[in-house]
Design a protein around this ligand. Structure first.
Ligand code: ADP
Ligand code: MG
Length: 262
């Protein structure tokens, strides 16, 4: 008899084929299959039957107004929260438990939040080093790896500063360094530029795009900044918990009407 997780996986793939007939057989890095998220005993619907496939190496913006469900969607992509209904597949395999997601986040998913979420009493270096614990690295290797990544984000001169002494733009760079120090396959930013002035926001966005291209990471960027979203290869628009636009599924333009030569 087929085990539950395998049958669910196949059912989900069949479902995806129905909704996305043009999808290739190559497995997406991450897929949401009929994902809904209800809050407050079902009185609030943050996501409604969302199907979404994200290919490895893509750069995807999730856009929408405040309250449209962007963070709920991002939380499903990294397992910070689990769906009320539906399934999330990572490289074709269902991730069902909190432990599945904890393992993935430890090694394969980096997350950057609007509020930086750094440990205020630690230095930039120590904040980044923390993400390397439990990987069997010596303290020296951890320190040198964290220092290298802080250099990648342009903070080599700030490594030993306690993060409360850093500017907003610098703190977000530390958060990005922490998110990428394990070389994750997927980097998710939930409004990572939302607390920054326009110059720092542009720098942080530029940094994320550059790092993803250099390190071949998949980037999912949640933003309500249309200009920033326009820099992404694919844009997914969400409204009231439903995907209302996806540039990867653009309707082809009608055939060109050739005018007869005069
Ligand atoms: P966005 O990130 O686009 O601003 P969210 O995903 O945070 O949107 O929220 C979508 C909807 O779900 C909103 O109506 C919000 O109030 C609601 N919501 C989000 N998180 C919770 C929660 N923990 N409890 C209750 N309602 C929530
Ligand atoms: Mg949000």
């Amino acid at each position: 008899m087929m085990n539950d997780s395998l049958s669910q996986q196949i059912a989900c793939h069949d479902h995806l084929r129905v909704v996305e007939p043009h999808s290739s057989d190559s497995r997406a890095l991450i897929s949401l299959c009929g994902v809904s998220r209800f809050y407050d005993g079902g009185t609030i619907t943050a996501l409604k039957n969302v199907d979404l496939e994200i290919e490895a190496g893509d750069c995807v913006a999730i856009v929408g107004a405040s309250g449209s469900g962007k963070s709920s969607l991002a939380n499903m992509l990294c397992g910070i929260d689990l769906p009320s209904a539906g399934t999330v597949l990572w490289e074709g395999r269902p991730q069902l438990t909190r432990q599945d997601w904890t393992n993935l986040r430890r090694l394969s998913i980096g997350i950057v939040f609007q509020e930086f979420n750094l440990i205020p009493t630690l230095t930039a270096l120590e904040n980044v080093e923390l993400a390397l614990f439990g990987r069997g690295l010596s303290a020296r290797r951890r320190r040198s790896r964290a220092a290298t990544v802080l250099e990648d984000v342009g903070l080599q001169h700030r490594t030993n500063n306690v993060v409360t002494k850093l500017s907003g733009g610098e703190r977000q760079r530390v958060a990005i360094a922490r998110a990428i120090v394990n070389e994750p396959k997927l980097l998710i930013g939930d409004e990572p530029t939302g607390n920054l002035d326009s110059k720092n926001a542009a720098n942080v966005a530029h940094l994320m795009f550059g790092l993803c291209a250099d390190k071949r990471m998949t980037l999912v960027l949640v933003t309500h900044d249309e200009k920033l979203a326009a820099s992404c290869h694919r844009r997914v628009r969400i409204r009231d918990g439903v995907i209302v636009e996806d540039t990867s599924k653009a309707v082809p333009s009608p055939p060109i009407q050739w005018q007869a030569a005069e």
